[in-house]
Design a protein around this ligand. Structure first.
Ligand SMILES: *Cc1c(COP(=O)(O)O)cnc(C)c1O
Length: 404
């Protein structure tokens, strides 16, 4: 590492809140699947900012839309209309088949907004007594970092010493429809769940789970809220991960790739009933739905479809998954994934996943460990077969390496 890089790391450590432990690489440029560090070394990005850069780094069409809009108008607040919002609504509703849209900024804000909306729906439409709404969530969930959301996390690190937390949440195991059935009461307004648990290590529920979940929610008048902030917008090889299950959520949350990594843009999508309960003054966001965000999101959705990224995620995801399965290494316990949302779980004896991610960095691949023993792999959806094959060679080398 050069002196200037060491200076940057020292300055970060000195002034920054110490809430991250990044891999020791300082990035300064990106294009497509590639990123470069300050010393000019090139890496294949196998994290894509947790799926926010699905369209590839600095996608030229999203960039052009952003620059063009930034020259015209960036923020009006929702006190006035802007000429991008209606077009954003129309396009995201057409893409996802939704009736109503609530634009927010971060993913966690979309989750919070959904919680507020389903509670209100519960009181005003379902007839739950005021203050008694219950929302069911899953163990090992990840829905963001706000106080409301970490209150129903089951991760000690995520919750520790941040309480007291808001009541009204029930936690059940993921992938267990019977547990859902037993947890539902007349006061249950929603079941909030990820189609595939990303942060938990790319955990795919048993086949048929979501069909049963959908039936239970419908039968009990419970809103099914799917957090597709990570799985949505092509990541799993379909526009929405719910499509693998042949179901439709009542409320869908999008974020991350909704802006192609340029700007925080998130959205709550729903049928008419749920978002229909919100009245002027009851919810809002200074930046939510601003013209810059809308223009960026419109371009980000457009390139995803026009450039065939969703189909490519399915094709290259299958190639990547098979290639990982073909690696014969006794470090590997399990390989799993859907589309380009993949994970390699290591045997506990193989040591921490972090070491392997650092070794991958040395081979020109940036990937992120999660939960000690899992390497998560989520490259931009524009990755080619040659790039997948090259990445697989690097994974094979590192996973067959003897670290002991
Ligand atoms: C990233 C993520 C969030 C939170 O999004 P932020 O933009 O970081 O607030 C919520 N849910 C899921 C499934 C996520 O992956």
């Amino acid at each position: 590492m050069s002196a200037s890089v060491i200076d940057l790391l020292a300055t970060e450590a000195r002034f920054g809140a110490n809430n991250y432990a990044p891999i020791g690489v300082v990035l300064s440029r990106g294009e497509g699947v590639w990123v470069w560090d300050t010393e000019g070394n090139r890496y294949l990005d196998c994290l894509s900012a947790y799926s926010a850069v699905s369209q590839g780094h600095c996608h030229p069409k999203i960039l052009a839309a952003m620059v063009e809009q930034a020259h015209r108008l960036t923020l009006t607040s929702r006190a006035f209309h802007n000429d991008q919002l209606a077009l954003f609504y129309e396009e995201i509703a057409a893409l996802t088949g939704s009736h109503k849209v609530l634009p927010m900024n971060s993913g966690a804000e979309a989750v919070e907004s959904a919680i507020k909306s389903v509670r209100k729906w519960g009181y005003e439409v379902k007839g739950v007594p005021d203050g008694e709404a219950e929302i069911i969530v899953c163990a090992d969930n990840f829905h963001g970092r706000t106080l409301g959301v970490v209150g129903f996390s089951t991760d000690a690190e995520t919750r520790g010493h941040f309480g007291p937390f808001a009541p009204g949440f029930k936690i059940i195991p993921f992938g267990d429809a019977t547990a859902l059935e037993q947890a539902i009461t007349p006061n249950t307004v929603a079941f909030l769940v990820e189609p595939i648990q990303g942060e938990a290590g790319v955990i795919i529920p048993p086949a048929g789970y979501f069909t049963e979940v959908r039936e239970l929610c419908t039968a009990n008048n419970v809103m099914l809220v799917l957090d597709e902030i990570q799985t949505g917008l092509g990541r799993t090889g379909k526009l929405l991960a719910e499509q693998h299950e042949g179901i439709e959520a009542d409320v869908t949350l999008l974020g991350k790739a909704l802006s192609g990594g340029f700007y925080p843009v998130s959205a709550v999508l729903s049928n008419n009933d749920v978002l229909g309960t919100l009245r002027p003054g009851q919810h809002g966001s200074t930046f939510g739905g601003n013209p810059l965000a809308c223009a960026v999101a419109r371009a980000a959705m457009r390139v995803l479809v026009e450039e065939g990224m969703i189909e490519n995620a399915a094709t290259q995801g299958a190639r990547f998954l098979q290639g990982l399965k073909d690696i014969r290494a006794n470090t590997i316990r399990e390989v799993r994934g859907r589309g380009l949302m993949l994970a390699v779980e290591l045997h506990p004896e193989a040591g921490r996943a972090r070491r392997y991610c650092e070794a991958l960095q040395g081979k020109g691949i940036l990937a992120k460990d999660t939960h000690e023993h899992t390497i998560r792999i989520a490259p931009p959806l524009v990755i080619t077969s040659d790039q997948v094959d090259w990445a697989l060679e690097q994974f094979a080398t590192v996973l067959t390496q003897d670290f002991s």
